[in-house]
Design a binder for this molecule. Structure first.
Ligand SMILES: Cc1cc2nc3c(=O)[nH]c(=O)nc-3n(C[C@H](O)[C@H](O)[C@H](O)COP(=O)(O)OP(=O)(O)OC[C@H]3O[C@@H](n4cnc5c(N)ncnc54)[C@H](O)[C@@H]3O)c2cc1C
Length: 455
């Protein structure tokens, strides 16, 4: 038997486990999927926007994999901490596949970023997704009339949409009740989503952009003068040469610029060619706005500052300028790329493949691509592992790793524990007159899972 630990139950971890048990070359592979959270599915549960039900429903196919009898889910097990160092994990298994994601946000690196009311999109996403590490009270929104979202990717679009959508559109989701109540009570009227470069360079996809323009009670606008700064905008030949997504995005924005204002209590303003310079604050230490420098195309695909500044009012600022991986103690890490060095998924230590250590997903290739991109990525890693199986399986293991985890003071939440959380969330939703509603805190999750108290 080949016993493998997959660390992380997001898409890459689940796809790696699936590939390992569903192949035929190496019989008898058994996989434990470990996660530091009591709940599986990684960012599909704690990142994908709650109002995107179709993508959320991917949890169903991940669940089918984790219910395979050759796979065991062990939640509430953090790897790399004092209780379970990476080296100890490798003693318990023939091989370990690290699929720990890359969900740390990047900073803007400008003055005022530490003012109250300035947050990463990651923190905001974690809050409305009910991640148990997010502080429940982090986003009191009373007094917030205007928000600025810095960034032009799909996560920036997600947080803009969640801020603008209003309670009626969010109540059918599994959003935790405190987050739903805070968004419902907010008097927010304007969300400005601001990009440093031009519309043809934005990274959001057309479906997500278009959706912003269809939200009930929301007027989605963009400034025709800012669109016109993009050299591609007025040049049909150059526009025709753009990738299809950028071309379609421009068409949507052209429509927004030409449309008559829509009636409604809220407004989304999509702004371009503005570089963040400083977050402005009041005497109480809270954000009051953001200062931007207008930029202009530099003719080489980048932008250059113009020295002209513009202040945009905001009582809430969310930065959404990219993700990066965090080092896991005991595992090599490249601080430049924010990933674990590897060759075809084999972890490299000092340039050489480390026996029994593998990596897949965002921590392998960086935070790019959609959920499906993790499937071929995980397959490549699993194939490398299976090629090495002959050597790896020669080592005798000390017994069932679950006993060793418990002996180390860990309290793994197994599949029945996760099922109990799911059913507690359904009960919570019923009691609130909603569908299933997430439990957003550690004590609540562990109590629902029936996990024994800490030793
Ligand atoms: C806000 C947001 C929205 C997104 N929306 C979409 C979308 O709508 N559609 C789409 O296709 N893609 C979307 N994505 C991208 C998608 O979520 C990623 O491609 C995918 O989740 C990456 O998978 P992963 O397995 O590498 O990492 P993750 O999904 O992050 O999973 C990593 C797992 O590892 C666990 N872990 C971390 N450290 C440890 C440790 N030390 N010990 C044990 N466990 C650990 C984590 O708890 C987590 O469960 C979104 C991403 C973000 C950030």
């Amino acid at each position: 038997m080949l016993r493998v630990a997959v660390v992380g139950s997001g898409p890459s971890g689940v796809y790696a486990a699936q590939t390992l048990v569903q192949q035929r070359e190496v019989p008898g592979v058994r996989v434990d999927v470990l996660d530091r959270l009591p709940a599986p599915y990684g960012l599909v549960r704690y990142g994908v926007a709650p109002d995107h039900e179709k993508i959320k429903s991917l949890q169903g196919s991940l669940r089918t994999v984790l219910e395979d009898e050759r796979i065991r889910f062990l939640g509430n097990v953090e790897v790399g901490g004092a209780a379970l160092p990476a080296a100890r994990l490798l003693e318990l298994y023939h091989a370990v596949v690290y699929c720990v994601g890359a969900a740390r946000d990047r900073m803007l690196g400008i003055p005022g970023e530490d003012l109250a009311g300035v947050h990463s999109a990651t923190a905001f996403v974690s809050w409305y997704s009910g991640h148990p590490d997010a502080a429940a009270e982090a986003f009191g929104l009373p007094g917030v009339d205007a928000a600025v979202v810095v960034g032009a990717g799909n996560v920036a679009v997600d947080v803009t949409r969640i801020l603008a959508r209003g309670a009626a559109g969010l109540a059918p989701t599994d959003m935790p009740q405190p987050a739903l109540a805070a968004l419902a009570d907010s008097g927010l009227r304007t969300v400005s989503m601001v990009a440093r470069r031009g519309p043809s360079q934005a990274r959001f996809t057309t479906k997500e952009l278009r959706e912003l323009g269809t939200l009930p009670g929301v007027d989605a606008r963009t400034d025709p003068a800012e669109l016109a700064l993009d050299p591609v905008y007025a040049d049909p030949d150059a526009a025709a040469a753009l990738p299809a997504v950028a071309r379609r995005n421009l068409e949507v924005l052209r429509g927004w610029a030409a449309a008559a204002p829509a009636a409604g209590p809220r407004r989304i303003a999509l702004r371009f060619y503005l570089r963040p310079v400083e977050v402005l604050g009041g005497p109480d230490g809270r954000v009051t706005g953001m200062r931007f420098e207008r930029t202009a195309p530099d003719g080489r695909g980048g932008v250059t500052g113009t020295g002209v500044h513009e202040d945009v009012e905001a009582q809430l600022v969310l930065r959404s300028v990219g993700y990066r991986g965090v080092p896991l103690a005991g595992l090599p890490f490249d601080p430049v790329t924010g990933t674990v060095p590897h060759a075809a998924g084999r972890v490299l230590r000092a340039g050489r493949a480390s026996v029994g250590e593998y990596v897949a997903g965002w921590i392998k290739r960086g935070p790019t691509g959609v959920i499906g991109t993790n499937r071929p990525c995980a397959k490549e890693t699993a194939s490398s592992l299976l090629q090495d199986a002959g050597v790896l399986s020669r080592r005798a293991l000390p017994g069932d790793p679950l006993d060793a985890l418990r002996a180390a003071g860990l309290r793994p939440v197994e599949w029945p524990g996760w099922m109990a959380i799911e059913s507690a969330e359904a009960d919570l939703g019923r009691s609130l007159g909603r569908r299933s509603v997430k439990i957003p805190d550690w004590p609540g999750l562990l109590a629902a899972a029936g996990a024994p108290p800490a030793l």
